[in-house]
Write a protein that binds this ligand. Sequence first.
Ligand code: SF4
Length: 100
Amino acid sequence: MEEQRGVECPGVPGRVAPEIDRNRCEAKATCIEVCPFDVFEIRTLVPSDRDALSWRGRIKAWAHGNRQAYVIRPADCHACQLCIKACPEDAIRLVPYSTD
Ligand code: SF4
């Protein structure tokens, strides 16, 4: 069992990765705080992501400086689900990961 930052994770990397719901994320960074493998980073929304937001999502994004969580190391995700449990906006789910 792999351990990082004092958290034991039974998962295997490279099978799933988090996906962020852009209409929910408020850049509160709880995912960054809890992820043992530094999978996330808070960044400014890229134009294509901002353009795809709902009307409500745009208002939310504007209210939070147009910054949100991004998955920068998807291959390092071990599927521990700590980020899913910690996100106050219920904005994260795990999806199959593929480099194809
Ligand atoms: S499930 Fe979430 S907290 Fe756990 S390793 Fe993957 S990204 Fe990090």
